[in-house]
Structure formats: C-alpha cells, structure tokens
Design a protein around this ligand. Structure first.
Ligand code: PEP
Ligand code: MN
Length: 339
C-alpha cells in the first residue's frame, strides 16, 4: 500500500506517521520526489488498518493493491510530462510527434552516418544508435559494444540528431550517458529492477519498453521505479506483447496507447518494427499509432534490409520511412498535432 502525504508536512510530522505505522508492525519507506511525498507501507494485513490510517492528519490518499504506482499516474500529475532535450527544446509529450529511426544495430560508422543523414532529412529527430544488443540467441550479432561509442559521438557531431541507445546494465549506462540523449531499456529488461533503480539516478530521459509479457500496469510500475529513484523523465514504449497469434512476431497492443494516456502523464511511443517482425506491416501500424495518440514512433530502417546483421525482415528502407513521415504529417495535422 502507498500513502500519499500532504507535501507541506514537515519532517517531524512525516516521521510521526512513519513511527505510528512501524508501531503497528509495518515496514515503511519514505519517498520524496519532485515535490511529492509518499510512504510505501508493507506488512501483514495492511488493508485492515486502511480506514484508520485514512483519518490521520497529513494522509491525503491511500493506494492499495499489488501493482501500485503513484508518481507515474494522472492522479499525481494531471498535465502531460514533456521531455526536453539538452538545449531545452520539447521532444516527447509536446504537440509535435517525434520520429525515432535507425538500424536495429549500428554496423559500421560509414553506413550509420549515411543513413542518419538521410533519415534526418526525411524528418527523424532521434537516431537509433544501438551498440549493446540484447539478443535471444547468444550466437546472434551482439552489437559493436564499447567500440561503437566513438561512432555515436561522430553521428551526433555530424548530424546534430538526438541519440538513443539501449543499455542492459548500470555499467553500460555509465559508459554512454555523456554521449547520448536518451537511454533505452529493452523489453527483456523491463523487470530488471536494479537497472531501473540505477536509471533513476542518471540525468538522461529513459525510453522504457513494455515487457513482452507485461501488463499495462506492470509497465507503469516499472516506470515508477525510475521515477521513485529520482528521474522524472520516462517515455513509455509499446512494442508488442506475446499472444496466441503467430503471424506477426508479437501482437501490437494499440489499445495500450490511449490506456496509458488515461492512466499516466508520461509520453508514449510505439515501435511497430519489433511488434510485427514484418516490414510490410510497419507503415500501416505506424500510421495507426499516430492516430491513437502516440507521442512518437520508432522504426527500424536499413539501406539493405536483406543484408542487415539483425532484424532485417522488419526493417524498412529509407524511402519507405520518408513516405511514412509524409503520411504521418497529414494524420498529425488531422488530430491537431505536428510531426
Ligand atoms: C530494440 O529496440 O533495439 C529492441 C531490441 O527492442 P525490444 O527490446 O522491444 O525487442
Ligand atoms: Mn531490432
């Protein structure tokens, strides 16, 4: 259970509430983030005391249940979170929809630079710059690793694009954090709580992908880890979930977009590439994602999908990406946004 406290309560009153809870045999943890005061309460039969606790001075709200989150919720913050870049320009969560594009993984400096320049000209603001790849098979291409860091720097220097890269553990986050604009947590790490806690302490926005078997509330709880540990800049990403359907690699849950928007103030991005595993399905689902209110789309793009080191079957060519952005701009206009 979570107790939301009046943020103007002084330290003494906060401690008093904690002590009263501890006397009842509960374990308590005080979280003070972004002007919000919360006490996490655990113990046997918490709910039986809910009625009484509700009457205590300074307790504003009680949130009970297994998947409890507050900082990520609309209840906590009515207005949308807007993520800004290092120079203060709005990115995800504003009126303008952001396109993220790039290869599944950076393969060579030259190919990445040529592609980044093309994608920028076609309307991508963020370049997928993946060097640490979480692959299902240990024998698949694992990314360039540390050797890719100077390439990322060069892409940023030459194109001025915003850089997104995935990290799989705190060490990788430390290695890249000065050179990137966004760090990604992939589907396989959505429940890597040590990583989430670590990313709560860095100064870069985190794009958090939904676990392939995770519910909407579990995704929001994962986001809450990052928020509760001090980083308010989280972007949620729907990338498909496992269902009985096997025609597509995963099932893209477009209903998750308005659902997340209803439950949370955090921006939402959709990745139709990993969701479908099929390049032919990327365009219709990218456009549909815009229509249901996504703040961004993330697409895998490769000059020669057939010879990509990874995920070639779902990668679209740069000309297809350009076409998607052109159509996307018309959809954005129809829903009073831009792209
Ligand atoms: C990716 O975006 O590079 C990726 C591996 O995606 P996911 O974690 O959704 O499979
Ligand atoms: Mn991929």
């Amino acid at each position: 259970m979570i107790l939301v406290l009046d943020p103007s309560l002084n330290d003494l009153s906060q401690n008093e509430i904690c002590l009263k809870l501890q006397k009842k045999g509960f374990f308590t943890r005080l979280v003070n983030q972004s002007g919000h005061l919360i006490i996490a309460v655990d113990g046997p039969d918490e709910e039986s005391c809910e009625r009484e606790i509700r009457t205590w001075h300074g307790v504003v709200e009680i949130i009970s249940g297994r998947n409890s989150f507050y900082l990520a919720s609309r209840r906590c913050q009515r207005r949308n979170t807007v993520i800004t870049d290092a120079s203060g320009r709005k990115t995800f969560g504003g009126d303008q929809i952001v396109a993220i594009a790039g290869p599944c993984a950076i393969e060579t400096e030259e190919s990445a630079l040529v592609l980044a320049q093309k994608l920028k000209e076609s309307g991508a603001r963020v370049f997928r710059s993946m060097i640490f790849k979480p692959r299902s098979s240990p024998y698949s291409f694992q990314g360039l690793g540390r050797a890719g860091i100077p390439i990322i720097r060069e892409i940023k220097r030459q194109t001025g694009m915003l850089i997104l890269t995935e990290v799989r553990d705190p060490l990788e986050a430390e290695l890249v954090q000065d050179d990137v604009d966004f760090v990604q947590v992939g589907t396989r790490n959505m429940s890597n709580y040590q990583l989430l806690k670590h990313l709560g302490q860095i100064k870069k926005p985190v794009l958090l992908k939904r676990g392939m078997g995770a519910s909407i509330e579990e995704l929001l709880c994962a986001a809450e880890y990052i928020l509760a540990h001090g980083n308010p800049d989280v972007i949620l990403c729907e990338r498909g979930i496992r269902t009985f359907e096997h025609y597509t690699r995963f099932s893209l849950d477009l209903g998750a977009v308005p659902s997340l928007k209803e439950l949370s103030h955090l921006p939402v991005v959709v990745d139709p590439s990993h969701a479908t595993g099929k390049s032919s399905l990327v365009e219709p689902l990218a456009l549909a994602a815009l229509a249901v209110g996504a703040d961004g789309i993330m697409l895998e793009v490769h000059e020669e999908p057939d010879s990509a080191f990874s995920d070639g079957t779902q990668s679209v060519r740069p000309e297809v990406f350009k076409n998607i952005v052109e159509k996307g701009r018309r959809i954005a206009q129809a829903i009073c946004r831009s792209m």
